[in-house]
Design a protein around this ligand. Sequence first.
Ligand code: T46
Length: 134
Amino acid sequence: MQTIKYTFQPHGDERGQLIALEEFNDIPFRIKRVYFMYDTIEGVVRGKHAHKSLEQILVCIHGSCKIRLDNGREKKVVALEKPYEGLYVANNMWREMFDFSPDAVLMVFASEVYDEADYIRDYDEFLKFVGVKE
Ligand code: T46
């Protein structure tokens, strides 16, 4: 399974680093929503759902965490531990976020506003949706 990890260009100088993310340039879609999670309790697994149409880029801007991606046929774990790396998560992809460091801040750039109807929160339903199970 192919995963797409972006390496963003830092605008570093003697003062430190700065990352700028522009829709259609650095992020491959129109950004309609940004959200982030922090103070994640040790051992917690977040996500455990897929989206019917939402596309997202996940950036762990502080600390580290891991993302498990599952297209119904294959699974892959990607570590996010650099603020200049972004993981593309397509629609029709089951995702789980875990192994958060205590200082982790996971920021997400999303192609759509929040819509509970876009979520598939049942794994069997997901497998049917992607045509792996009847
Ligand atoms: C995803 C992964 C990576 C809102 O009210 N607005 C929002 O934009 C979001 C994202 C969440 N919420 C509410 C809904 C729940 O009451 O915040 C609460 C926690 O959301 P959820 O349990 O869906 O969070 P995660 O971490 O399991 O999943 C989130 C996104 O929901 C999801 O789209 O792909 O991060």
